[in-house]
Design a protein around this ligand. Structure first.
Ligand code: PEP
Ligand code: MN
Length: 356
């Protein structure tokens, strides 16, 4: 099955978590980090092969041959890849391989680059420049659309202000204002806007609260020796927590399964299936935790109303719901319902001897 052909949706309720290192350091590094971010629940893999560095003496990226490593790493875990283009001449060769072209903050108003990228036939992630107003940013997106770009995502990555406690200032007001002016998906970059790993979860929550459709987050498993932007890189386990918190919608999971080659007739690798299973388990654990919290609340309500904690008719209704679930056999459905009911009774404080 050609997984690369499976469309990924971003926006309209589908959330993206694009994660990976600032830069592709080696074939081995990007393969390792691809597995780590996929396991954590990311929906796409990022990694720069052309790096816009302030100093010409800093590492500039491995260039095109590293794009192949990035793509193969993404394919090995079923994730599309996102990478930056810095010059019009890079657009053609990068678009042949990458799933999404990123236009970086420094090039938000590089109109020749925008025209070239817009015509490349690939989705584009357009970062807001650190000195670009919302109107100018949206006008830059128009260049992409006008050149034929059909799928454009916008990303707020921190603007430059007087504040030095953070690398940039994540402009939440600008995101909210942009939401009223465009139907395009809006993302936030909590990594470049903060420059500090410990602030990334909080900024992510803030961005999610402002209604973004996704995040682009830098991740490294050895941030102290990262070649670029180590201090802002999350560890993979931090990313897993972030993905859990902003859990993907059920339709994302369905798509994830498709992308992991789980359709009938496909023969996926064990690792690929396990990655999908891990994502499903995270979803289940989160839902069970929510259910138990509701059980606690219903127990309070029952006590206040003076009704017994245990209700056989209600338990039958709950069991019936699981029996109705398509794709689950009767034995599994009953065992699942019984376990959930038992867990619920425990948190409700019911005991066979004590309660009514
Ligand atoms: C990046 O995402 O790798 C990057 C360089 O970001 P920005 O263009 O926002 O600085
Ligand atoms: Mn970076």
């Amino acid at each position: 099955m050609a997984r690369a052909e499976t469309p990924r949706r971003v926006g309209g309720g589908a959330r993206a978590v694009i994660a990976g290192p600032c830069t592709v350091e080696s074939e081995e590094q990007i393969g390792r980090l691809a597995r780590a971010v996929a396991r954590a629940g990311a929906t796409a893999l990022r990694g720069g092969v052309f790096k816009p560095r302030t100093s010409p003496y800093s590492f500039q990226g491995h260039g095109l041959h590293a794009l192949r490593w990035l793509k193969e790493a993404g394919e090995s875990v079923g994730l599309p890849v996102v990478t930056e283009v810095m010059a019009p001449a890079q657009v053609g060769p990068v678009a042949e391989v990458a799933d999404v072209l990123q236009i970086g903050a420094r090039n938000c108003q590089n109109y020749d680059l925008l025209k070239e990228a817009g015509a490349a036939g690939r989705p584009i992630l357009l970062k807001r420049g650190f000195g670009t107003t919302v109107d100018e940013w949206l006008a830059s997106a128009e260049y992409l659309l006008d050149a034929g770009g059909a799928e454009v995502m916008l990303c707020e990555r921190g603007i430059r202000t007087f504040e030095h406690a953070t690398r940039g200032t994540l402009d939440l007001g600008g995101l909210l204002a942009a939401r009223q002016l465009t139907h395009l998906p809006l993302l936030a970059d909590p990594s470049h806007s903060s420059g500090r790993r410990e602030l990334v979860p909080g900024l992510s929550r803030a961005a999610w609260g402002a209604g973004v459709d996704g995040l682009i987050v830098e991740v490294h498993d050895a941030p102290d020796s990262a070649w670029c932007d180590g201090p802002q890189a999350l560890l993979p386990e931090d990313l897993a927590r972030l993905c859990d918190e902003f859990c993907l919608l059920p339709e994302d999971l369905e798509r994830l399964c498709d992308e992991f080659g789980l359709l009938p007739g496909a023969t996926p690798s064990i690792e690929r299936v396990r990655t999908a299973i891990d994502a499903v388990d995270r979803e289940i654990a989160r839902l069970v935790a929510r259910r138990l919290e509701l059980c606690r609340r219903v127990a309070e309500a029952k006590r206040a109303a003076g009704v017994p904690l245990r209700d056989a008719a209600r338990e039958q209704t709950v069991t019936a719901r699981y029996l109705e679930t398509p794709g689950m056999d009767e034995g599994s459905a009953r065992r699942l319902a019984e376990s959930l009911i038992a867990m619920g009774l425990t948190v409700e404080g019911w005991s066979a001897e004590g309660a009514a």
